[in-house]
Design a protein around this ligand. Structure first.
Ligand code: SAH
Length: 284
């Protein structure tokens, strides 16, 4: 799909709509991480960039409360993708961003979490560098950090995990889960999987098959830091069933490791308020 097919994103006559014939220097592109959702988790740099923005290209996972920082007159272009449609052409987004910048417009490229962590910020930065367009990068809290603080699961802890692995739970070519299972199943580490909810049964099965005990604590954190956040805790053995019974949907993280067991101690109230498993509900 070419960018021209997305031309409805731009009002006719805009600089960058393909009709402008200017030879201004390229506009600066600011790649900003919008954090996991709660607008109070934005960096000061991100807020300043939002408040000064005239044109923003933003993704699906950027929460509306973050967009509230934009000036009323800023042009907003949604280039997002639902997790079920992750094939939306990244090339088209890059093409559009380059075209706008080349026409002299300053572009705020806004992404959920941190742009350099499963945000394709690296690919966009490469394209900008190759095109000779100036850009800066503003980091954001990644979903794992937001979730950790919000649900009471430290990502590392000297008694439980001396390494943290952030990994994707789906593969780029959809040819099945081609993941480094021996690495993911190592003991004494925390594994946080992004984009993995739809593959949860296979992920848990493989981690157990590669040596992690079935009673390893594991959690799902859905919509972390947002008002409707949910955290469901269990073990590698029972998390897939819990996910089904609670209808967990993306965006959600899978967190695996001993640190997950600390939630009960760090957030005792929340742990008590945990939605009961179906079997528990039936017994109650
Ligand atoms: N750049 C982002 C990740 C984008 S990949 C970051 O640094 O956080 C998209 C995946 O991120 C989702 O499928 C989900 O696994 C995770 N994610 C993003 N925001 C989330 C949130 N608020 N709660 C839980 N998971 C989230």
């Amino acid at each position: 799909m070419s960018v021209m097919e997305h031309s409805h994103w731009l009002a006719p006559g805009w600089p960058g709509d393909g009709t402008a014939t200017d030879d201004r220097p390229p506009g600066l592109v600011t790649l900003v991480g919008a954090g996991p959702g709660d607008p109070e988790l934005l960096t000061l740099k991100a807020v300043k960039a939002l408040q000064a923005a005239k044109l923003v290209l933003y993704d699906h996972l950027v929460s509306p409360a973050v967009l509230d920082f934009l000036p009323p007159g800023a042009d907003r272009v949604y280039v997002g993708k639902e997790s079920s449609r992750h094939t939306l052409p990244q090339a088209s987004i890059i093409e559009l961003m380059l075209r706008l910048a080349r026409s002299g417009r300053a572009v705020l490229r806004l992404k959920g979490g941190d742009g350099y962590i499963f945000g394709r910020g690296g690919e966009e930065a490469q394209a900008l560098a190759a095109a000779g367009i100036p850009f800066t990068v503003v980091p954001g809290l990644t979903a794992a950090q937001g979730a950790a603080a919000s649900v009471g699961i430290p990502l590392t802890h000297r008694d439980h995990a001396c390494a943290l692995v952030l990994a994707t739970g789906h593969t780029r070519d959809e040819r099945g889960l081609d993941m480094d299972w021996p690495m993911l199943a190592r003991p004494r580490q925390t594994v946080v999987l992004y984009m993995g909810v739809n593959n949860l049964p296979e992920i848990c099965r493989q981690l157990i098959a590669h040596g992690l005990p079935g009673d390893t604590p594991a959690a799902l954190v859905e919509k972390a830091t947002l008002p409707d956040e949910r955290c469901i805790t269990g073990t590698l053995a029972d998390l897939p069933q819990l996910a089904l019974s609670h209808g967990v949907k993306p965006p959600a993280l899978i967190m695996v490791g001993g640190v997950v067991g600390l939630r009960a101690q760090l957030m005792p109230g929340a742990a008590l308020a945990r939605i009961p498993r179906e079997s528990e509900a039936a017994q109650a």
